[in-house]
Design a protein around this ligand. Sequence first.
Ligand code: GUN
Length: 296
Amino acid sequence: MTATIIDGKAFAANVRAQVAGHVTRLKEEQGLTPGLAVVLVGEDPASEVYVRNKGIQTREAGMASFEHKLDATTSEAELLDLIGKLNADPAVHGILVQLPLPGHLDADLVINAIDPAKDVDGFHISNVGLLGTGQKAMVPCTPLGCLMMLRDHLGSLSGLNAVVVGRSNIVGKPMAQLLLGESCTVTIAHSRTKDLASVCRGADILVAAVGRPEMIPGDWVKPGATVIDVGINRIERDGKTKLVGDVDFASAVEVAGAITPVPGGVGPMTIACLLANTLTAFCRANGLPEPQGLTA
Ligand code: GUN
């Protein structure tokens, strides 16, 4: 038996279509357009690609896209000044500062200067605290996308053993909080975990978010488990560059009940959830009902 392949590309297209439908309706009903501002400092090539794709998909969803590209030498004061202006701008409902920032800028300080209601990345300490205490928060996009796919595939997650491999602030920790919120029994494992293989083998839900190519082999996967692979690792194989996940797909697909591929799994969900979060922020800012199925 091979696993069901969870098609993140199709799932993300569906999320974007739902967002676009809400945007069309809200423009008609309210005469207002949700807006997302993205701030890029410097010229990191990968970040430039992400920011370009964010802009394209934001406009495709019918939202306003505001792009602010700042020189790598931008001072902290200049960046904080821009964030202050975006916080005060009623046309901007979501603000995203692309990470990583150049070394002379304090990312925590910058992120925490964003109005938490506009923090569509869910990285502000207020949103982290709200999520951790089960209150209404803006939820980081990648874990939100993983949760949507898990709910769609499994229905209720209650009582399942969930293992999150990776403890980053962007994926691992918020993913664990979301799974706890779904009444899973949650383990956060990481590079120092003793006998990681046996910890993983206990997982009904295995979320891999470590950034190490193919580090989780199929024999660490419990038969029938749902495997969510957040890794996007570029490797050289047979003289070609190739994208692989944190899970060894070829062996895991023979054991798992369902698995997300790389590419085409979690990856496309991140921007789709960014658009969903921008819509959610817009609805909250205007006292409108939140879109169903697009929040945590
Ligand atoms: N850089 C890589 N991923 C992300 C993300 O999800 N948000 C931001 N702001 N920067 C990133």
